[in-house]
Every structure is written in C-alpha cells, then in structure tokens.
Design a protein around this ligand. Structure first.
Ligand code: ADP
Ligand code: TZD
Length: 593
C-alpha cells in the first residue's frame, strides 16, 4: 500500500498534526481493492468523473486499455472474464458512457460471462431530485434488470465490500455481468490509510465448487446406461469451467459421440474421432439420450423440440430424454422436461459421473457409432470437395479454406468471429484444436463484439488473434483498429467483404436511387482504415493473397487488416437462421406444404 499513501498536506493539517497522518482516497481504495483480488487490467474510456482513476490505475501498475467507444471496452472486459474466470472490469463515465457500456453488460449476463461494469455517476442528491446534474441518470435503477447484480458505494470505507460483492456476484454460481455505481464524490473521500487497508477484502474462494447430489448422479448414469443412441452436447459453460480434462475422460470412457456448441469447439480437438459436429443434423433428431454439459436448450438448440429433434408435429416431440449438467438449478425444464438434472459445477459433476461409471462401462451400440461415422465421413468428403474449388471472385468457402489452414498451423491463436454467413461458415469449416480459442457472437448473435473481443484476446493471452468479420459486423466496432494499433496488438482482422449486410445484391423496392437497406458502398477499401493508424492493410482478391496477408500478420505480429473481396452474391439472407426471419420462414413453410 505504501505507494498509494498520501500525506495530509494542507497547512492546517501540518500545523495541527506534526506527524501528519497518512490517508488514502477513494481512487486508490478502488485500485487497491481490484489489485488485491488479482484484477490487473481495466478496459474503459476516460472522462468525468473517472479520468483520474484511469491515470492513477496506470500509475499504480495496472494495465489500462482505453477504447474509442464504451461498448467495445465492455465486450473486451466480458470476454476477458470468460477467458480467465476472473471478472473483467469495464470503466465508464456517467449517463451516456454508462449506457454505451450497458449492451456489453447485458450481453455478458446473457452469455454467463463474468464482468463488472464500473461507472462513475453524478451526485445522489441531485439525481434523486432530478435537478439536472451533468450527465444525470439513475444508473443503478437502469442497470438492475440487465445485470446479475447491481451495487452502489457511497462511502470510502465501503469500497472494499462493494468490490468484494461485485466479484462474488460475477463469478459464483452462474456467472454474469455486475454493475458497480461509484458516484463522483466517493473518489475524493479520504480515510486513514491503515483503516483503509483493513477495509479491503481479498475474496476467499469466489466461485466455490458445487458438488452434485449422489442420487442425481446415479439417476443420470442409469438413464445413460439404457441408451441406444446417446449423444453429448458441449456448451461454452464447459469451456468456461475449464473442464476439458474431465469432459475428455467422459467422452472417451463412455465412447459417446459429442457435438460442440460454437464456443465449445476445441474443448476436445475438433478432429477427435467422437466429434459428431459434421453430422449435426443427423445426430440431433436420432439421439435417444442427450447429455447437455454447460449448454442451454435455447434457440441455438431449437429449444429441444420440433423438427431439429425429430418431431414433425408437436405430438411427435419429446422423443429424447435429457441429462443436463448445469450450475443453475432453474435452468432445468426451461424448455422441455429434463429427466436427469445434475446440478453443480461441471468439473465436479463430470468427475462424479466418471466415478460412478466405475472400471467398465458399455460402449454405445456399434450401429449407432457406425451410422454417425458414416454420415460424418460423407459430409466431410463433400465439404472437402467444396473447399477445393477456386472460384473468382472468392466465395466464403474458398476464403475459409485458407483460414482453416492458418488456424490449424497456429493452434494457440485466438479466433474471433462475427457476421451472418461469415459466422456460420467459419464455425463449420474452421477446426479448433484447443479450448477457449474461439470467441464469437454467443447467445444473442450480437454484432459488435469483434474488435473488443480481439483487443482483450490479445491482451489477456498474448497470442496472435485472427478476427473473421462480416463487413457489416466489422462496422459496429471498426474504429477500434486505432486501439489495436495504439497498443500494437498482434491482431489480424479479416473482413469478408461482400458489399453489404448478408450480401451486396439487394434492390431498392421503390426503384429509387437510395441504396437498399442492406447494401454498402461497393468495393470499400477497409484496409486503408488500418493503414491510417500505422498498421498493415492488405487488399486480397485471391486465396493466395489472403494467405500471404494472414501468414505475414501472424509472423510479424503487426496489426493487420485483410480486406478479402468475396462474391457479393455469395451467402444467404440471415445466414443459417432464416427460420427466424418472418418473411423467409413464411416462404419456406409455404414451399414445404
Ligand atoms: P452454449 O451457447 O455454448 O450452448 P450456454 O451459454 O447456452 O452455452 O450455456 C452455458 C451454461 O453453462 C449456462 O446454463 C450456465 O449456467 C452454465 N455454466 C456456466 N459455468 C458453469 C460451471 N462452472 N459449472 C456448471 N455450469 C456452468
Ligand atoms: N444489430 C446487432 C447489434 N446485432 C445483430 N445481430 C443485428 C443487428 C442483425 N444482424 C445479424 O444478425 S447478422 C448482421 C446483422 C446486421 C450482419 C450480417 O452481415 P455481415 O456478414 O456482412 O456481417 P455476412 O457474412 O455478409 O453474412
């Protein structure tokens, strides 16, 4: 603490107290409380009342990553939390800065990423009487419904407790976003330095293990034992829980095929012989017992019912039985009946299943394994054929054949991914070999995570980052290429440029001269944005140019933007979620009748 002590310097203080008592202010109490809990990086954007907090935090040895827009800082903090299991911290100014950070906070809560949004705020007395303070807003009330928890600290002596509560709320149980409101006046408050030090809390065991009930484990094993066509679905909860060793043991000991959700790719290498990823549309409707490990039965899994799961009409639904492993007891039965809920942390739950399986466990019937393998091999061969084509202009496949090779050659690199087609095709074509290397649009399918995630991925891991971006997706956070250059981060942004949202061929239905709503300026030179800030820009119209640009970026670790020109007719509207697009869904229904 000694570095942060300040000595009372006013003439009166010096005159009345020759020994000059040491004090600490609110700024330093916040910094010390974070550091005490192993939080060493702040993602944020300075301004009243937190400018000095950013300066002092840097002065006290914290890494302060300053962004161009708070939403990107917030996304960065949230993915830092996901990657480390320690809450990422985003720091914003009041009202508009706070609101800019709020999308990221809500997205963190939705995705179960631990983060703390710390916002400076105006004075309570003025806010509560609505007297029109600078950037006045009742931030705590607004954050509450979007956060897992929200707290305000009014007194310097409560800063330690406030930060401890925020950390516990963010990482214990189901992780999520926490809001911490720090009014301007708090920062200037001072207290006795020794009392200040004593008021800080180093949180002990912030995310306690949660051991499943033995009878729940037994119930799950019995269900699994009778399965003829078992399937494991791995979600990003399992990746977050760092349960790869346990999960691998479960998959290999049981011999059950598994399907990784997007961010669970690489938990086991995508090339694992039991991966059923290439046979997804076969295994989901066919499986009889499905073990969900850190994956919710939300829209991404068609809510566990309907055609995806084998039923053509509602009366056919419910063919599968489900085992669900999750830390949140209320997740069970949220969409369909869960026959064997196993509530606890994934590491403990999977270990308990393994212990219960004992030495000998029957492998799934050979017919099932053979059928899955056959379907998978057929699809892999079909995909290999498509990837081998070399059309002009490039399409998603020919460009992703390059990305696939480069990710394979650099298994430690982080992959950030957003867009519609750019997302769907990358997810299915690019194999991940290690856990927590792929970060993407997550549960909401939100655009705008790109550059925030890329910055945090580079800062937190020190590894090269490859960001595969739709041209629309990139636009949401594109200004952060300056941030990438300013911190000289090893980020290679690849924009799949097809001149618009989804693609570039839309028509203005009025016949007027305005561009259609999904169209962008044609042949935009995005690479010049990176050049504007001293990074490397590459314009790539062929797979060879794309490969060269990416390889050089990884070799040099210089900020790079490859503008990969993709056929503007390639891709489909809404990517693979056309079923959620009201017009396209209606057309598809009419066609199938
Ligand atoms: P995906 O999008 O990959 O399918 P989801 O975000 O839907 O994954 O689900 C993640 C699930 O993992 C959430 O229900 C969450 O409660 C759960 N979870 C997160 N961390 C843990 C943990 N340590 N132990 C058990 N479950 C966890
Ligand atoms: N705004 C936000 C915050 N999130 C969204 N998901 C959308 C808008 C809607 N949206 C999608 O769902 S994908 C997408 C938008 C705007 C962009 C698709 O175009 P793209 O990708 O250029 O990024 P492709 O590869 O050309 O399809």
């Amino acid at each position: 603490m000694s570095a942060v002590l300040s000595t009372a310097t006013t003439a009166t203080a010096a005159a009345t107290s020759p020994a000059a008592s040491a004090t600490i202010d609110g700024f330093h109490l916040v910094i010390e409380a974070l550091k005490l809990n192993g939080i060493t990086t702040i993602y944020g954007l300075p301004g009243i009342p937190i400018t000095d907090l950013t300066r002092m935090a840097q002065g006290e040895g914290m890494r302060v990553i300053s962004f161009r827009h708070e939403q990107n800082a917030g996304h960065a903090a949230s993915i830092a939390g996901y990657l480390n299991g320690v809450p990422g911290v985003c720091l914003t100014v009041s009202a508009p800065g706070f609101l800019n950070g709020l999308t990221a906070l809500a997205n963190a809560t939705t995705n179960c990423f631990p983060m703390i949004l710390v916002s400076g705020s105006s004075e309570r007395e003025i806010v509560d009487l609505q007297q029109g303070d600078y950037e006045e807003m009742d931030q705590l009330a607004i954050a509450k419904p979007l956060a897992k928890a929200a707290y305000r600290v009014l007194h310097a002596e409560d800063i330690g407790v406030g930060i401890a509560r925020a950390i516990r709320a963010a990482v214990s149980g189901r992780p999520g976003g926490v809001y911490l409101d720090l009014p301007a006046k708090l920062f200037a408050q001072t207290m006795d330095a020794a009392a200040g030090a004593a008021s800080l809390i180093k949180v002990v065991d912030p995310a306690p293990r949660q051991i499943p009930a033995p009878e729940a484990v037994q119930r799950a094993l019995e269900l699994l034992k009778g399965a003829k066509k078992p399937l494991i679905v791995l979600g990003k909860g399992a990746a977050y829980a760092r349960a790869e060793a346990e999960v691998r043991a479960l998959v290999e000991r049981s011999g059950i095929p598994y399907l990784p959700m997007s961010m669970a790719k690489g938990l086991l290498p995508d090339t694992h012989e039991l991966s059923a990823a290439a046979a997804r549309s076969y295994v989901l409707p066919e499986a009889d017992v499905v073990v969900l490990i850190g994956a919710r039965l939300n829209w991404l899994l068609s809510h566990g019912k309907g055609k995806t799961w084998g039923g053509k009409t509602p009366k056919d639904w419910g063919g599968q039985k489900f085992v669900q492993i999750d830390i949140s007891p209320t997740e069970m039965d949220s969409n369909v009946r869960i026959d064997a809920p196993v509530v606890g942390d994934i590491g403990s739950c999977v270990s308990a299943l393994l212990a219960g399986m004992g030495g000998s466990w029957p492998k799934p019937p050979a017919e099932w394994l053979n059928a899955v393998a056959e379907r998978k091999n057929k699809n892999v061969a079909k995909m290999a054929e498509t990837l081998a084509k070399d059309p002009r202009p490039m399409n998603f496949h020919s460009a992703l054949a390059v990305v696939r090779d480069i990710v394979k050659a650099n298994p430690d690199a982080m992959l950030v991914n957003e867009g519609a087609n750019a997302l769907d095709f990358t997810r299915s074509i690019v194999d991940m070999m290690k856990p927590r290397k792929r970060v993407d649009v997550g549960t909401w399918g939100v655009m705008g995570i790109g550059m925030g995630f890329a910055v945090a991925a580079a800062v937190e891991t020190g590894q090269p980052v490859i960001a595969i971006e739709g041209d629309s997706a990139f636009g949401f956070s594109g200004m952060e290429v300056e941030t990438i250059c300013r911190y000289d981060l090893p980020v290679c942004v690849v924009i799949f440029n097809n001149n618009g949202v989804y693609r570039g061929t839309d028509k203005n239905l009025s016949g007027g001269t305005d561009a259609a709503p999904t169209q962008f300026v044609k042949d935009a030179r995005y690479e010049k944005l990176m050049e504007a800030f001293g990074g490397v820009g590459v314009y790539a119209t062929t797979p060879a140019q794309l490969r060269q640009g990416m390889e050089e970026a990884i070799r040099s670790r210089r900020p790079t933007l490859v503008n990969a020109i993709i056929d503007e007719t390639a891709g489909t509207e809404s990517g693979r979620i056309t079923s959620l697009n009201p017009t396209l869904a209606k057309k598809a229904a009419a066609a199938s009748n």
